[in-house]
Design a protein around this ligand. Structure first.
Ligand code: KG4
Ligand code: ZN
Length: 327
């Protein structure tokens, strides 16, 4: 079965065709990033207007590349929460119109769950249940996944999301937006052990807090002296501390839930240093670890189509009253 996935939860407008939940036939992504750059972050009003302009074209592109027409599509799967309300409504409204006009079943789903599913697109042998860590620009969460319609949140951030902390630290260091890739590039040239940054502790050890470390970087920059280290040392030391926390809490979750499988997803999971550190620890502890390809860590519609297929097969379906639950 061909599933058309549509994703518009943040600044991207994405459409993809996936066959039987596994085979990506196309994955088109249009970003309005360049229009937000001068503001140092995503401006919701600009994002939704750009999405409205390009969504039909991006969808047509995905169908063309997959060499199928709309009448071949068995399900339209769309991100319905969480995210920017205006942006989500563009995707949902468009998906509803296609569904109504072409009489194709419709399914709205959770963006974060689709990030969990992303790992399934390039790893065929992941068995349920498992622990999932999602590290994106808006969320940082640990889940116990029994099945894709039985997901339990076991930890989340009290303040900034992990990707948001990367973005804010990039701004403090004058590295531009989006911050994650910029911090990673700068960190490659630095010494991650130069400065002892630390993420704040939380009452629930599986929760996260990233706003303290971001402020610590800000204060460090303000009173920086010639022997404080370079910008690359600061970027590397921040990245080191964040990754250390993510690894520590994920392995704590695995132990607490007696699980041997870890699936990681979301934009920050594209970070090479993070991937290496997680793999080293997993090898040491005999844990099976799964990452999506770097491309599929970022927002895309293939993961939406893939998860849609999986849930549809289990009997899930939306109707034309589908709405967004917002952030
Ligand atoms: O999952 P995603 O594409 O969008 C959301 O759902 O938020 O994640 C975007 C976030 C941004 O904060 C971005 O700075 C961060 O992921 N990111 C990275 C890297 N690439 C993207 N953070 C650290 N290292 C990277 N290489
Ligand atoms: Zn995302």
């Amino acid at each position: 079965m061909y599933v058309l996935g549509i994703e518009s939860s943040c600044d991207e407008t994405a459409a993809a065709v996936v066959k039987n939940g596994r085979h990506i036939l196309s994955s088109a992504v249009a970003s309005s990033l360049k229009f937000h750059r001068k503001y140092g972050g995503v401006v919701p009003e600009i994002a939704s207007r750009k999405q409205l302009e390009v969504i039909a074209q991006v969808t047509q592109e995905a169908l063309n590349e997959a060499k199928i027409s709309l009448s071949d599509v068995g399900l339209i799967s769309v991100t319905s929460k969480p995210g920017l309300a205006g942006s989500l409504l563009v995707g949902i409204s468009f998906a509803k119109s296609l569904s109504l006009a072409s009489d194709i079943p419709l399914l709205g789903l959770d963006h974060l769950y689709s990030h969990i599913y992303a790992g399934f697109l390039n790893n065929r042998n992941i068995r349920l249940p498992f622990i999932a860590l999602i590290v994106s620009g808006g969320h940082t969460s640990l889940y116990e996944v029994f099945d894709f319609d039985k997901i339990k949140l076991i930890g989340s951030t009290h303040d900034d999301a992990c990707g948001e902390a990367f973005d804010k630290v990039a701004k403090i260091l004058g590295l531009g937006y989006p911050g994650g890739p910029a911090v990673e590039r700068m960190a490659r040239k630095g010494n991650g052990n130069k400065i002892k940054f630390k993420c704040s502790d939380t009452d629930n050890p599986l929760d996260f807090s990233f706003s303290g470390i971001k402020t610590a970087v800000l204060y460090y920059m303000r009173k920086k002296s010639p022997d404080s280290g370079s910008i690359s040392d600061i970027a590397a030391s921040f990245q080191e501390a964040v990754i250390e926390t993510l690894v520590k809490k994920s392995f704590l979750a695995l132990r607490a839930k007696k699980s041997r499988r870890l699936v990681i997803g979301g934009g920050v999971a594209a970070n090479e240093k993070l991937r290496v550190k997680f793999c080293q620890r997993a090898k040491k502890e005999g844990i099976s670890i799964y990452f999506p390809s770097k491309e599929l860590c970022m927002d895309n519609a293939a993961m939406v189509a893939g998860l849609g297929y999986r849930l549809f097969r289990k009997g899930h379906l939306s109707d034309l009253t589908l709405n967004t639950a917002g952030q």
